[in-house]
Ligand binder design. Structure first.
Ligand code: ADP
Length: 345
């Protein structure tokens, strides 16, 4: 409900800005049009006046013409010139009206084109805030409900109380994880990284340390075949991006399976490949999995596997900050391979 209201507000702001920008563009067009019309009118007016004087001079110098002839010629010329000037001003008014009409359409289209990226950005931010609030609400509601139910009980036993506290701690841990991811995402958006020369195998080791506990819990063997390769980047964020993809490889794989991580260097690029034997990703989900809060296969992964759909968005952002890109290939039921490509030294 709040999200819809915000979207309507954004639409209203964009509509008002489009009108204001259209009027500004139109004012510039009309100012130029009126200005040039005035100059054109002035020049033509003077030129016609000069021609009249020339005709008068010729008339007075022509022998054999009487005074009455000259007056008639003069009157005729004056009339003709007035007509021409009237016609000229009517044409200029018509042209300006036409420019006003065409200019309005062009100004409106230009204003829309100018504001389109801004509108998209604002809408994406509104969507992000609305999704983030929704994700934050779920664990908060769970904590509130368990505590309220416990409070209503008259005599609560110690094991029951411990159970509730355990539940609360789990939900708080989820909240902390979400807030941490959001903060990292905001930091990645702000481009606040320090880059240094790094050894890729050290970065991967750090990422492996981060996921070791989850891999051991599922008895998943991670085969590290990353050689020493020199790269330039931010160690903390790069290891985080690799850890996110490794963590997913573990999360979406069956117990006792294998995950491989390898790297290859070409003249200008380094490609890190993370391959799992997990559930895979259906083709329809592939274009969306890097979007914020997107989770494929809601029936399975949403209810059974923890996550907020932020990890891959963050990993992609980090890799892009390193002038790199992430691509994925996947076969449902067989596994997925994520490839991170960044420039090498
Ligand atoms: P989540 O917190 O849901 O894991 P991510 O942004 O990390 O969020 O991933 C988005 C979605 O992409 C996941 O919900 C999952 O459906 C899919 N996904 C990511 N990695 C894998 C993988 N290795 N195997 C299968 N599905 C994956």
């Amino acid at each position: 409900m709040i999200g819809r209201q915000n979207f309507n507000n954004v639409k209203k702001i964009i509509k008002n800005s489009t009108i204001r920008l259209t009027l500004s563009y139109l004012a510039i067009i009309m100012l130029m049009s009126f200005g040039s019309s005035l100059i054109f009118y002035r020049i033509s007016y003077d030129a016609i006046g000069r021609q009249l004087m020339q005709v008068e001079t010729i008339g007075t110098q022509t022998r054999g013409l009487g005074l009455s002839d000259l007056i008639t010629i003069n009157e005729f010329l004056q009339e003709r010139i007035a007509e021409v000037r009237h016609e000229l001003s009517m044409r200029l008014i018509f042209i300006n009206l036409l420019i006003l009409l065409v200019g309005s359409v062009i100004s409106y289209l230009l204003a829309r084109k100018t504001l389109q990226p801004i509108a998209k950005n604002i809408e994406a931010q509104e969507q992000f805030i609305s999704d983030a609030s929704h994700e934050l609400r779920t664990p908060l509601t769970a904590i509130q409900t368990t505590n309220e139910v416990a409070l209503r009980k008259n005599n609560i036993t110690s094991p029951e109380a411990k159970d509730i506290l355990k539940n609360n701690i789990e939900e708080v841990a989820k909240l902390k994880q979400l807030v941490d991811s959001l903060l990292h995402l905001a930091k990645a958006d702000g481009n606040a990284y320090n880059f240094t020369k790094l050894d890729l195998s050290d970065v991967v080791s750090e990422a492996l340390n981060k996921v070791a506990t989850t891999a051991i819990a599922k008895n998943i063997a991670i085969n590290d075949a990353v050689p020493k390769i020199s790269i330039t980047g931010n160690k903390e964020s790069l290891s985080q991006a690799i850890a996110i993809i490794l963590d997913n490889a573990i999360k979406y794989s069956p117990d006792n399976s294998h995950v491989n991580i390898s790297a290859k260097k070409t003249s200008k690029l380094v490609t890190i490949k993370i391959k799992d034997q997990g559930i895979g990703i259906k083709k329809i989900h592939l274009p969306h999995i890097f979007e914020r809060f997107y989770r494929a296969d809601s029936s399975r992964s949403k209810s059974l596997i923890d996550g907020f759909g932020i990890g891959l968005a963050l990993a992609k952002k980090i890799v892009e900050q390193h002038d790199g890109k992430v691509i994925v290939t996947s076969t449902p039921g067989k596994g997925s391979t994520f490839s991170l490509t960044i420039p090498s030294n």
